[in-house]
Design a protein around this ligand. Structure first.
Ligand code: FAD
Length: 388
């Protein structure tokens, strides 16, 4: 299959000239590692010191990577990208919640988004992050099997109930729900909980999707084990495949605490692991349903080739491709143009609360192994084509 991702006219057709220029400028800045490091430190300080930097953040990184501060704000973007065949996943990207009140507010928000998913074809999934509905340290403790105090047990029961409330509603509305993955040391508890939801609600098809981070070398074994349990129990596994966004944190913690890092030994090992997972999932399609969250062209092309080899429909409802809003438009729009199922994660939330998300994006794009060079060359190709 030819590489059709080079078509920048399709990739950037929704961007005005000035938006294209802003994107080019932004990626040029992000490509500069020292600039990102300094920018991150200054922004963090300014936010903590309540300096009036929100306007600046909004006009630059925020508007490029986010849909707005609320669901309503996002609707304009949702409709616009859908006009080019690309769907959206509204992602409330506030992190670091600690209180029951904050967790319950996320549940209420996710339930509302599930209604939107039911209503709008342009929004095919809802999504939430485990730590948006439960305390990070509690996940760690549950995952380690440490005995909980009476209070902690009650607190964990409330976390379980939040999953149940959201997943039950998704099931009743017959709409799909993605659950993100985070740091490995809190993930075991989340995995167990998500599996129990799949067992309950994925009896005929995937309603609940967990996330597999293939930068972890233990994840293929996990996937195979889960698949086996699903066959025995008669449920469908829904899985979002990603490489993973917390690599440095994972490596640093492992080194500090003196245990082997859960991360693959090289980028190549992560790539191989990711591609093996794609193949495994497509080989067992039906028992497994797949959301491929990646900006990597090679993995995407590999998936397309496998779909062709297996004579699968281009828009098979069990296979979705996803990119983050503001990144890899050349993949999203060219895939949608050919008729594949594509969705952009569209983050939203108050500017200061989505900063951790924005910083991760800046760091990810700065890393040598990232895609910034590719983004820049495509943007500059399109600037030339438009004679800007
Ligand atoms: C729709 C969508 C949903 C997402 N949901 C989640 C989620 O729930 N949880 C999550 O953690 N992330 C999530 N992500 C983020 C995702 O993990 C990053 O975007 C991804 O890591 C970037 O990888 P890539 O597949 O685009 O490919 P590339 O840009 O080719 O790969 C970069 C990635 O490779 C890995 N890598 C780089 N260097 C090394 C090395 N030396 N050794 C080992 N591995 C290395 C890292 O994971 C790095 O991020 C999501 C992304 C998308 C598009």
């Amino acid at each position: 299959m030819e590489n059709f991702f080079d078509n920048t006219e399709i990739a950037f057709k929704l961007k005005s000239d000035s938006e294209l220029e802003r994107a080019y400028f932004l990626f040029k800045m992000i490509a500069h590692q020292p600039l990102v490091r300094i920018g991150t430190a200054v922004t963090n300080f300014a936010i903590k010191a309540h300096l009036p930097v929100e306007g600046l953040i909004r006009a630059t990184v925020f508007d490029h990577f986010c849909g707005g501060v609320s669901e309503l704000d996002c609707m304009k973007t949702v409709d616009l990208v859908y006009s080019a065949g690309v769907c959206s996943v509204l992602d409330y990207s506030v992190e670091g919640n600690e209180t029951d009140q904050e967790f319950d507010a996320v549940v209420a928000r996710t339930l509302k988004i599930l209604d939107l998913v039911k209503e709008k074809t342009a929004i095919p999934f809802a999504v939430f992050k485990p730590t948006a509905v439960g305390r990070f340290d509690l996940y760690v403790k549950v995952g380690e099997g440490t005995s909980l105090t009476k209070e902690e047990q009650l607190e964990w029961d409330r976390v379980c109930l939040r999953y149940e409330t959201i997943c039950k509603k998704a099931y009743e509305l017959d709409v799909a729900l993605l659950i993100d993955a985070e740091e490995s040391y809190m993930q075991d508890a989340a995995d167990e909980l998500v599996e129990s939801m799949m067992k309950k609600y994925n009896r005929e098809k995937a309603i609940v999707f967990n996330t597999l981070q293939l930068y972890r070398w233990d994840r293929m074994d996990y996937l195979k084990g889960l698949h086996q349990r699903a066959k025995e129990d008669g449920f469908v596994v829904g899985m979002k495949l990603v490489r993973g966004a917390y690599m440095e944190k994972e490596n640093d913690r492992a080194e500090e605490m003196g245990y082997p890092t859960p991360i693959c030994e090289s980028k190549k090992a992560t790539d191989d692991n990711y591609n093996i997972a794609i193949r495994y999932m497509l080989d067992h399609l039906g028992e497994l349903e797949l959301f491929l969250g990646s900006h990597n062209e090679e993995s995407t092309v590999m998936a397309l080739n496998l779909m062709e080899e297996k004579n699968l429909e281009i828009n098979d409802s069990r296979i979705w491709f996803g990119q983050l809003y503001g990144m890899s438009d050349h993949i999203s729009y060219n895939l949608a143009d050919r008729g594949y199922n594509v969705a952009k994660y569209l983050p939203f939330g108050p500017v200061r609360d989505v900063m951790p998300y924005l910083i991760r994006r800046a760091e990810e794009n700065t890393s040598v192994a990232g895609q910034t060079t590719r983004e820049l060359s495509l943007l500059s190709q399109e600037r030339k084509r438009r004679k800007l």
